[in-house]
Design a protein around this ligand. Structure first.
Ligand code: GUN
Length: 291
């Protein structure tokens, strides 16, 4: 008798992004027909090669969907005062509906001050304290793009979170914490694990859903996963050969999980897609709040 080795469904972030982006494009066309072109301003300070790639992809995503987008690149010597002045101008610019300052910013600039300077109505990254508070209390706001993309991936496989145990590995303000709140909102029982969790495996083995968002390779291996669990990999790392890889041992875990996201081609493209969704939403809200 032969047994076929089990292999998880691969949740394809590229295909899902294409589907969602075509829906975004259609809504952009409808807005443009009413005289409004959704606009995103992306600010990059300094010349980090990784950040340059990210912002280029964000601007390209905008152009492909019919948005107006501006990329403002500044030398690393830009002062905090100068950056805050630029944000203030963009806050008052009616052609701009979303403002994104690529992080990290140089050390002499206080990232918190920068994030809080962005108008909550234009906070398409969902990083402002008003957006975080809205998520926490269940009010409408902007959801941070990466965990929002993860939720869309679960939705794409019709996964019902009610009563499920979700384990989030990582507690950043950008991914871990908002991810936990979004899972909670969908009635999952949520555990947040982090660098001070003494026995990670103890928690992950009990999980129906695992989100790995640490930024370290092989944080999650097959022995740590309950058969049939759903695994979302937010990591973006490089292996010794320089190849892009996530936080999850993909080849091992796919033998145990029922569904898994790959890296590349998983959560990454979804992050940009949700930025487009948020920017479109910001433009639609601006239209609806006009006197
Ligand atoms: N740096 C890494 N991820 C992000 C992101 O989602 N938004 C911004 N603004 N900066 C980042």
């Amino acid at each position: 008798m032969t047994t076929t080795p089990h292999s998880a469904i691969i949740i394809d972030g590229v295909a899902l992004s294409q589907k969602l982006r075509s829906e975004v494009s259609a809504r952009v066309q409808a807005l443009r027909a009413r005289g409004i072109t959704p606009g995103l301003a992306v600010i990059l300070v300094g010349d980090s090669p990784a950040s340059q790639v990210y912002v280029r992809n964000k601007v390209k995503g905008c152009q492909d969907c019919g948005f107006h987008s501006v990329l403002e690149k500044y030398d690393a010597s830009l002062t905090e005062t100068e950056l805050l002045a630029r944000i203030d101008a963009l806050n008052h610019d009616p052609a701009i509906h979303g403002i994104l300052v690529q992080l990290p910013v140089p050390k002499h600039i206080d990232a918190t001050k920068v994030i809080e300077a962005i108008s909550p109505q234009k906070d398409v990254d969902g990083f402002h304290v008003a957006s975080a508070g809205a998520l926490m209390t269940g009010l409408p706001g902007f959801l941070p793009c990466t965990p929002y993309g993860c939720m869309k991936m679960l939705e794409s496989i019709n996964y019902d979170l009610r009563g499920k145990h979700a384990v989030v590995i990582g507690r950043s303000n950008i991914v871990g914490k908002p991810m936990a709140l979004m899972l909670l909102q969908k009635n999952a029982t949520v555990t947040i694990c982090h660098s001070a969790t003494p026995d990670l495996k103890l928690f992950t083995q009990m999980a129906d859903v695992i989100v790995a968002a640490v930024g370290k390779r092989n944080v999650l291996t097959a022995d740590m996963v309950k058969p049939g669990a759903v695994v979302l990999d937010v990591g973006m790392n490089r292996n010794e050969e320089g190849k892009l890889c996530g936080d999850v041992d993909f080849e091992g875990v796919r033998q145990v999980a029922s569904a898994i996201t790959p890296v590349p081609g998983g959560v990454g493209p979804m992050t940009i897609t949700m930025l487009l969704v948020n920017t479109l939403e910001a433009a639609e809200r601006a239209e609806n709040s006009q006197p």
